[in-house]
Design a protein around this ligand. Structure first.
Ligand SMILES: [Zn+2]
Length: 278
């Protein structure tokens, strides 16, 4: 079938409208479908990581029938995970999960800026996941770069800006630690910072958490051991959930919306993107 040139824009427009309508309807369908409860999702992740640790991965949902099924019938992941882009943190592998199992948001330093929060909202509000994990990892180069005040270039200062409050908090809690010695505490604080950024930046996720429809927990993946350490919910979750609509941030949350890169970082010239990664 050929399309007449004068009809093409209208035709494309209708296609786009239909596509958007389909996406929205699929999202609503998924939301109303029986989502896997957070407890069960936690169990699946825990069991998957135990298999990975033991070298007994089953590589579920990784075959052609699963690919065809999810392509045809849509995705129904059981968890939304914000993880670092670090190539040593292959999320599906460390949880022994497969196609359509995890809605994964990956960004250097697992920072939770506007784009990441929007992606998490898609995972919870449209795909119906009841569990959100902010997953940090040991030896994180992005966190290490901020802790050690590494030289940064390009857009990286903006990217790592949301990590800065975590480093400050870690330094405050551990005034005796400096440089590399502070990194593990900063990595943990950065997981809490990510959860805080999500809860402060998203009234819809906050409401779902308040209603018990969504659970948000922190975790840290050990690159060497392969083990995921579960941190539980944010220590100040009660306070964060009590935030009202009016107390939402005046400015958009996080990385891509940070107005001003840190002057300390900005003064530095060239940045080694592999700093802290051994
Ligand atoms: Zn990292």
């Amino acid at each position: 079938m050929t399309l007449r040139a004068d009809r093409t824009p209208k035709y494309l427009g209708r296609c786009i409208v239909a596509l958007i309508a389909l996406m929205v309807s699929c999202g609503k369908a998924a939301e109303t479908a029986s989502a896997i409860p957070a407890d069960e999702a936690m169990k699946l992740l825990w069991e998957g990581n135990a298999r990975w640790l033991a070298g007994k991965s089953q590589h579920p949902h990784a075959d052609a029938p699963r690919r065809a099924q999810t392509a045809e019938k849509g995705q129904h992941p059981f968890a939304t995970i914000v993880s670092c882009s670090d190539s040593r943190v292959p999320v599906e592998m460390i949880f022994d999960a497969g196609i359509g199992d995890l809605f994964v948001v990956r960004v250097a330093g697992n920072v939770c800026g506007v784009d990441e929060i929007g992606s998490v909202e898609y995972g919870t509000d449209h795909l119906g996941t009841s569990l959100v994990i902010v997953l940090g990892h040991t030896k994180c180069g992005a966190v290490t770069a901020v802790v050690t005040k590494a030289e940064l270039h390009g857009k990286i200062p903006r990217l790592v800006e949301p990590i800065r409050p975590a480093v400050v908090a870690a330094q405050k809690a551990h005034p005796d630690l400096h440089g590399e010695a502070l990194v593990p505490a900063a990595i943990k604080a950065n997981v809490w910072q990510g959860i805080q950024d999500i809860l402060e930046g998203s009234p819809t996720i906050r409401q779902r958490a308040k209603d018990g429809k969504v659970r948000i927990v922190g975790a840290i993946y050990d690159l060497t051991e392969g083990k995921v350490e579960w941190l539980g919910t944010h220590p100040e979750q009660k306070r964060l959930l009590a935030l009202s609509e009016e107390s939402d941030r005046a400015k958009p949350a996080g990385a891509h919306a940070s107005a001003k890169p840190s002057s300390a970082v900005q003064r530095k010239a060239a940045y080694d993107p592999y700093a802290g990664i051994k």
